[in-house]
Design a protein around this ligand. Structure first.
Ligand code: ATP
Length: 581
């Protein structure tokens, strides 16, 4: 910051020394300095302009366009106290951040005339360039001036419209091509792309783009690309694929929105699962806090969402936050928001936290067992007082949220070890749902796989019908340390390995780390696997040494808590080391 202040001071000194009428406006629009020449030109009395916004001193200033758009403006004319003056504005950036705008009052009008000439010269050059490029490309091109009058077209265009360049030069494009929207493109500077146009049963992609020279729109370009063109056909195919994917996601979304019973989508006919689903269905109707326990990937978030959708709050937001994945120093601001200027890098105007965003709806705190003690106290206070205070603020903000929390850690043991506040535990655990790991409900695996195959068939436009006996045996016997999420990832991997037209999934389509005799194949001596094996072992040892305390384990390993959490996910570990040793 000091170096920067020095540079701004230097700029001020330099302008003063050169007797240049110039001033500096910071990124919030406040005038920071002005040279004596500028004060004289603008008639600003000393002492009146300091600390004021430029809009107060000069309401017609164009500086806000520059602050908003980040692009320079040259020789902009404005009338100020009865006199016409021209000002050029130069935005100044540092490390991608806009610092402010340097404004210089032009002294000679000639400089602006020169600028216009430069601009006209540049546009001529541009047109010449286009004429050379137009040649005999397999697409129709037309260039118009800023009034939409045809300057040139290429041979393809001539043939397509059955015209000669000489006879249409100077003609408004709209006369020759009434379907054009070039008028709008030139007026707004916004391109129109992705439209189609048909002539004699031939379909063309139509794009209309503005041609710019710096700030100025100097004309427009029309492109007509026949869909028959091989490259275009490829594009069309990809576009159609994207469109189908979009339709798929739209239908998924509306299915989610209109599901009568949100628990239907949760697959699980295993008796334990049925019991949990029935209980969740009942508690959804009320407003009580729910604690969902279960290993990673068992569907805790799926349950939380279903509870929300089956609750009277269904039309309000469902906001989810993974407490373990967010660095400790950012957690408070994420949860409670912050006021402007609360810390370096704080967004202008402040930011709402998850509690505020969830107002009226449900807040899902995933991995609550990884919440630092200080934050636990703040959450408890927010729940009791039904209000929060943003970081750096004083004003209490009322919040009405239903809280659903989840963890795979043993909160009772943590409580006894003083790592989890008992008052918060009792508040959270009014209703507790315990989700079984997948290895304890293997009878649900076929239904889950069927659902996932349908899902990925839609996503990848494939037509897989099932899997062979060998794969079936594997799917039913594997330990699935990462539970349903791992099953989902493994099958998605298989879909990416499919041969064209393949109807049955086989064991060979699955990732080797899974099929190689355990989560990490012991016979695989590739460096990547050996390093991964060592890393997994170190994590398990750290978890053992800290009796499953992830924060402590991360500290022992000398890595960030969020990085540690990612590694747990990568190796399909739940944090309970004895499960997977
Ligand atoms: N019973 C289920 N039926 C259908 N899909 C499920 C089921 N359980 C889990 N899934 C799917 O498995 C994935 C993981 O589920 P989810 O994110 O709810 O697990 P989690 O327990 O919250 O995991 P973590 O603790 O790691 O955040 C999701 O893609 C979810 O859709």
């Amino acid at each position: 910051m000091r170096a920067l202040e020095l540079k701004l001071d230097e700029l001020a000194g330099l302008c003063e020394g050169l007797d240049l009428p110039a001033y500096w406006v910071d990124r919030y629009g406040f005038i920071q300095w002005a040279t004596s020449a500028a004060l004289q030109r603008l008639g600003w009395p000393e002492g009146l302009w300091q600390g004021r916004r430029i809009s107060e001193m000069m309401p017609q200033s164009r500086i806000f366009e520059v602050l908003a758009g980040g692009q320079s403006l040259r020789c902009r004319e404005l009338t100020y106290i009865g006199e016409t003056i021209q000002i050029s504005y130069q935005p100044c950036w540092r490390d991608g951040e806009l610092l402010g705008v340097w404004a210089v009052i032009e002294q000679q009008e000639k400089s602006c005339l020169e600028l216009e000439e430069e601009e006209i010269g540049a546009s001529r050059l541009l047109i010449q360039m286009y004429e050379t490029l137009l040649g005999d490309l397999l697409l129709g091109l037309a260039v118009v001036d800023s009034n939409g009058v045809i300057i040139t077209v290429n041979q393809y265009w001539e043939k397509l419209f059955g015209v000669n360049l000489a006879e249409i030069q100077g003609m408004p494009l709209k006369t020759l091509f009434p379907e054009s929207h070039m008028g709008q493109v030139l007026a707004t500077g916004q391109p129109r792309i992705g439209e189609t146009w048909t002539r004699d049963d031939e379909v063309y992609f139509l794009s209309e783009l503005p041609l710019r020279c710096g700030e100025l729109i100097i004309g427009g370009l029309v492109k007509l690309v026949p869909v028959e063109n091989v490259e275009t056909r490829d594009l069309v195919a990809r576009y159609q694929l994207l469109e189908r994917k979009l339709l798929f996601y739209q239908s998924e979304l509306s299915a989610l929105k209109h599901e009568e019973d949100p628990f239907v989508a949760i697959i699980g006919e295993n008796p334990h699962m049925v019991k949990v689903k029935n209980m969740a269905r009942k508690v959804a109707r009320g407003d009580a806090t729910v604690l969902i326990l279960g290993e990673s990937g068992t569907g805790k978030e799926v349950f939380a969402q279903a509870i929300h959708r089956a609750s009277p709050r269904a039309d309000q937001p469902f906001i989810s936050i993974n407490c373990a994945a967010i660095p400790e120093n950012l957690l408070e601001a994420e949860l409670f928001g912050y006021e402007e200027g609360a810390f370096t890098g704080a967004v202008k105007g402040g930011k709402a936290g998850k509690f505020e965003l969830a107002h009226g709806g449900t807040l899902f705190l995933d991995e609550i067992g990884d919440m630092p003690l200080a934050m636990q106290a703040k959450i408890l206070r927010a729940l009791q007082e039904r209000q929060i205070v943003r970081v750096g603020g004083h004003k209490p903000i009322p919040v009405d949220v239903r809280l659903i929390a989840a963890t795979n850690r043993d909160l009772v043991a943590m409580m006894q070890a003083g790592e989890f506040r008992s008052d918060l535990y009792y508040r959270l655990s009014v209703i507790t749902l315990q989700l079984p790991p997948l290895r304890e409900r293997r009878d649900d695996i076929p239904a889950l796989v069927k659902m996932l195959i349908e899902k990925f068939n839609k996503k990848y436009l494939t037509s897989v019908e099932g899997y062979d006996k060998e794969l079936e045996r594997f799917l039913l016997s594997y330990s699935w340390p990462g539970n349903v999420r791992q099953l989902e990832n493994v099958l998605e991997y298989a879909f990416n390995m499919l041969e064209p037209g393949q109807k049955l999934l086989t064991l060979q389509d699955l990732p080797e780390q899974v099929t190689g005799g355990g989560p990490l194949g012991e016979n695989d001596l590739r460096l990547e696997t050996v390093v991964a094996r060592a890393e997994k072992k170190a994590i398990l040892q750290a978890l053992q040494a800290t009796r499953g305390n992830r924060m402590e384990a991360a500290r022992l390993l000398g890595i960030q808590r969020s990085a540690f959490y990612q590694k747990l996910k990568k190796y399909g570990l739940s944090g309970k080391e004895e499960d997977h040793d």
